[in-house]
Design a protein around this ligand. Structure first.
Ligand SMILES: C[S@@+](CC[C@H](N)C(=O)[O-])C[C@H]1O[C@@H](n2cnc3c(N)ncnc32)[C@H](O)[C@@H]1O
Length: 244
């Protein structure tokens, strides 16, 4: 099943199940805090958001400049447009080559849209994204990480061993669609026109919906975990990449 159909069918429940869930809110807030420290007081950037989904990050990104938000799924884009009626929102399939009239200062992708893309296509995107980035520009890309300690422990404990180690097999089926898990080393090789300047982990403890109840009860915000295990087996990793 192509990713369009999978995400079209997930669009109406995506915010309820992820964006507004306890673990989803904390992960996103942490990424926002991190991005704010990266972009400082900048207000006039040209920003391209890829894989914008239901458009939850558009208003956040607009404080840093003009945002063009894109995704492949028409249903996701429909929700994004309803939430952000004034925003510049366009359909863009990262599996086909694309063209923009102008260049960008920041390319942003949140929460693993790029995990839907094969390593071969990511290598092409390395060039295509570089070509639409201004000199001095950067990419801030969030990937689902290649292993998650909490996910492993959760499924191991449930005797779902195949699921416990699924990320380590690198390629996993999600509703008939292939998902690819990338390590920092993989991304360093794939994005050879960029240098990874910074990495940031989120979802160290709050790694999935199974952590919603406990997370809420114990008011887990991840800040201590991030301090203690900054890069350890988190659900998501954010990479800041600068043009070489
Ligand atoms: C997990 S969602 C993340 C959505 C959003 N960035 C967020 O922060 O909630 C992944 C998104 O990637 C999009 N996506 C998957 N394959 C894509 C492709 N080939 N081209 C563009 N977007 C794609 C999906 O439609 C979906 O909206």
């Amino acid at each position: 099943m192509p990713e369009t159909s999978v995400f079209d069918s997930k669009a109406s429940s995506y915010d309820r199940e992820f964006t507004h869930s306890y673990f989803g809110k904390i992960q996103r807030q942490n990424i926002h805090d991190f991005v704010k420290t990266q972009l400082g007081g900048k207000t006039n950037l040209e920003i391209l958001e890829i894989n914008c989904g239901t458009g939850e990050d558009i208003a956040f990104l607009q404080q840093f400049g003009a945002v063009t938000a894109t995704d492949v799924s028409a249903e996701m884009l429909e929700i994004a447009s309803r939430k952000n009626p004034q925003a510049n929102i366009q359909k863009l399939d990262l599996n086909s080559s694309f063209h923009f009239e102008r260049k960008f200062d920041l390319i942003f992708s949140n929460f693993g849209g790029l995990n839907c893309i094969t390593p071969e296509r990511l290598m092409e995107l390395n060039k295509e994204l570089r070509n639409i980035l201004n000199p001095g520009g950067q990419m801030i890309l969030t990937f689902m990480h290649s292993w998650s300690l909490m996910e492993f422990l959760y499924f191991f404990n449930k005797v779902k061993w195949k699921k416990a180690v699924r990320r380590m097999s690198k390629k996993v089926k999600f509703h008939e669609m292939d998902i690819y898990y990338y390590s920092a080393k993989d991304l360093d090789n794939i994005f050879s026109d960029f240098r990874i300047e910074k990495k940031y982990a989120t979802g160290i403890l709050l790694s999935g919906a199974y952590m919603n109840w406990l997370g809420k009860k114990l008011k887990i915000t991840e800040k201590k975990a991030q301090w203690m295990f900054p890069m350890w087996g988190a659900d998501h990793r954010v990479y800041v990449m600068k043009r070489r």
